[in-house]
Design a protein around this ligand. Structure first.
Ligand SMILES: [Mn+2]
Length: 330
């Protein structure tokens, strides 16, 4: 068994070691990955709030600011792009590789004391103290196992931060990583004061208007082939202008296309800049989209992959739909 597949009990058994290490800190900087999500920010803020209860000063650092849908989190004002605190100890959360720190990489690489708490299979093994549980659904779950039994323990603000990590990384408890332990933890967080309904509203009913306008334009233009088993859409550059949208506003659209009952696979092509085309490929299982993406110099997983094209949108659409249809018919 790998040292990384810690069970919740094994994580909890390292609580004293974790706390002792942090109690020896002279200031703590907490770092997480670029383009932070609910688990990255929720986990970072939770550990910062917990350190405050221990009387330890900390700051939360991220290359990017928090996305608007996470601005409701307690203590979000602790998130900064550069430190203003003298600190000898770093805590990295939700981070599988140092390169994902962006501009903060050199700062954390130079820290004399470093802790890693994560649920990704690590590409690198930074830190003196590593607590990595790859079976855990979220870094927030690992942190809860470390912090819950401590004295002082959790409060309503910490619970809100941890619950946000669990809600977002489990897709609101719909993904296969939703373990009984994660549900027990979430029940405990609700008892402590986390409001799941408020978290869901903030996270899911908080899209930029441009993203919803763009979604509407794209859904109106879905094309299908092979009796609907393949569904796709393209977003020409002009459509971005019409919707006053940016490329990041396309996030999630390909999953809406795949949600059609008839669809076995789906793709979305977007021309955010003229002549520069990016593709998102999705499958419900019958088609291996990583293989298709590799043919075009891209990559990914069996169910979700991506690739880039240069040239016309029509040429990319023809090449990709042909590749998909070959797989669907074989
Ligand atoms: Mn995570």
């Amino acid at each position: 068994m790998s040292e990384h597949t810690l069970t919740p009990e094994q994580v909890a058994a390292r609580r004293a070691e974790f706390e002792d290490y942090l109690r020896k800190a002279n200031g703590v900087l907490i770092g997480t990955h670029v383009q932070p999500d609910g688990d990255a920010i929720g986990s970072s803020l939770a550990v910062s709030l917990w350190l405050s209860k221990l009387g330890i000063e900390s700051q939360v650092l991220c290359h990017h600011p928090a996305p608007p849908y996470l601005e409701f989190l307690p203590a979000i004002e602790r998130l900064r792009q550069a430190p203003s605190l003298e600190a000898d100890t770093g805590i990295l959360v939700d981070l599988e590789s140092m390169s994902r720190l962006g501009s903060l990489g050199p700062l954390f690489e130079a820290m004399p004391r470093l802790v890693l708490v994560d649920h990704h299979l690590p590409h690198e093994r930074p830190g003196d103290l590593r607590i990595v549980a790859t079976n855990a659904p979220a870094t927030a779950s690992v942190l809860m196992d470390l912090m819950e039994a401590a004295e002082p323990g959790l409060d309503a603000d910490i619970a809100t931060c941890l619950a946000t990590g669990l809600v977002t990384d489990t897709g609101s408890f719909r993904f296969p990583n939703t373990t009984p332990h994660a549900l027990h933890q979430t029940a405990r967080l609700v008892e402590l004061g986390a409001d799941l309904s408020k978290i869901s509203q903030e996270v899911y009913l908080n899209k930029d208007d441009a993203a919803v306008r763009l979604l509407g334009l794209v859904l109106a233009r879905i094309r299908t082939a092979a009796e609907g088993r393949l569904a796709w859409a393209t977003i020409p550059h002009e459509t971005f202008e019409t919707a006053q949208a940016e490329e990041f506003h396309t996030e999630g659209i390909v999953n809406e296309i795949l949600s059609m009952r008839s669809a076995r696979a789906a793709f979305l092509l977007r021309e955010a800049r003229p002549g520069k085309i990016r593709a998102s490929l999705r499958s419900k299982g019958a088609v291996d989209v990583a293989q298709i993406a590799q043919r075009f110099g891209g990559g990914g997983h069996k169910l979700a992959a991506g690739a880039s094209f240069e040239g016309s949108l029509e040429a990319a659409e023809a090449a990709l739909s042909e590749a998909f249809l070959e797989c669907l018919e074989s």
